[in-house]
Design a binder for this molecule. Structure first.
Ligand SMILES: O=C(O)CCC(=O)C(=O)O
Length: 301
């Protein structure tokens, strides 16, 4: 393997620094500047455009030409590189550990909105029943989403995601009172995430967040990947073709991140035969080889 590729391979296993770890734990989100360099950003944007064209041809675009499609990682080979991207992947295993995969991903294209901000209350935590079935406060994090920003979101009003820093520790969020126009004001403390093309942000699924209307003249383009534990089910309807050239070309790590597992027990981190942690699970093997398993962090044991 040429040196540069070795370097890239090594970077995805470089642990994140303590300050980033702490900021994410405190705020519930973290902005990662320049997650994609310009050639990579352009490759991903071109893939988004291909999906957009195909959805358009199939008559599946929403109002105003908006697109929200699930199963992004299976929609175009170009998205494969996002799975273990060196600039973001250390945050995923650094907070969740080695027994993870991407169970949900989506591509969003939001042309300039013609309408005024939605009168609907759109603040939520991710995870649906994960927010109802468990009686505890705060509930477990369970998953982290990475949001790749492909268009220019540097100014407010371009459809940036709204977040309430620190709100991941709270099971509930009080609704604000709608104004005379029916529109709910933003909860106090709201931050609209602004970012440059190629930046990414990661967020704890419990962080209270909301879409915002794109009131600019720039079409917003984003790709979201949600990493969770392998013992949590798929959120998207996907079918893996294990005989495809694409699947066979993938590294064992990428196959893990796309949901692969030899046997049911593997999804719980062990083999039936050994009854203990499965050292063949690709991400565990990669971390172990580098001395990155860490008994002091339960999820990295
Ligand atoms: O599109 C956005 O800005 C927010 C997306 C969102 O709410 C989500 O991914 O759960």
């Amino acid at each position: 393997m040429p040196d540069t590729l070795n370097q890239v391979a090594a970077d995805r296993f470089t642990p994140i620094d303590d300050a980033s770890h702490r900021t994410f734990a405190e705020q519930g989100y973290l902005l990662v500047r320049n997650a994609l360099d310009e050639p990579a950003r352009a490759r991903i944007e071109a893939a988004v455009d291909r999906v957009y064209e195909s959805e358009g041809r199939a008559g599946r675009l929403g109002e105003n030409g908006a697109m929200h499609v699930l199963g992004a990682t299976f929609r175009d080979d170009a998205f494969t590189e996002l799975l273990d991207l060196p600039t973001t992947f250390p945050h995923l295993w650094g907070h969740l550990g080695w027994n993870i995969y991407v169970h949900h991903s989506h591509i969003d294209v939001n042309p300039p909105a013609l309408e005024r901000p939605s009168p609907k209350w759109t603040w939520h935590q991710d995870g649906y029943r994960q927010n109802a079935d468990l009686e505890m406060e705060p509930r477990p994090m369970f998953s982290i989403k990475v949001a790749y920003v492909l268009s220019d979101l540097a100014d407010e009003g371009r459809g940036g995601t709204l977040v309430l820093p620190g709100s991941q520790r709270s099971n509930t969020l009080e609704r604000t009172e709608p104004g005379p126009d029916g529109v709910y004001p933003r909860p106090p403390g709201t931050v609209e995430i602004t970012a440059n093309p190629g930046d990414a942000f990661i967020f704890d699924r419990r962080l209270w967040h909301s879409r915002s209307a794109n009131q600019s003249t720039i079409t917003r383009k984003m790709v979201f990947l949600c990493y969770t534990y392998r013992w949590i089910r798929w959120r998207d309807d996907i079918a893996i073709d294990r005989h495809s050239a694409w699947w066979r070309s993938l590294s064992p790590l990428r196959r893990q991140l796309l949901g692969d597992g030899d046997e049911a027990a593997s999804h719980f981190g062990f083999t039936l035969e050994s009854g203990v942690w499965d050292d063949d699970i690709p991400l565990r093997a990669e971390l172990k080889q580098r001395g990155l398993l860490d008994r002091s962090r339960h999820y990295l044991r």
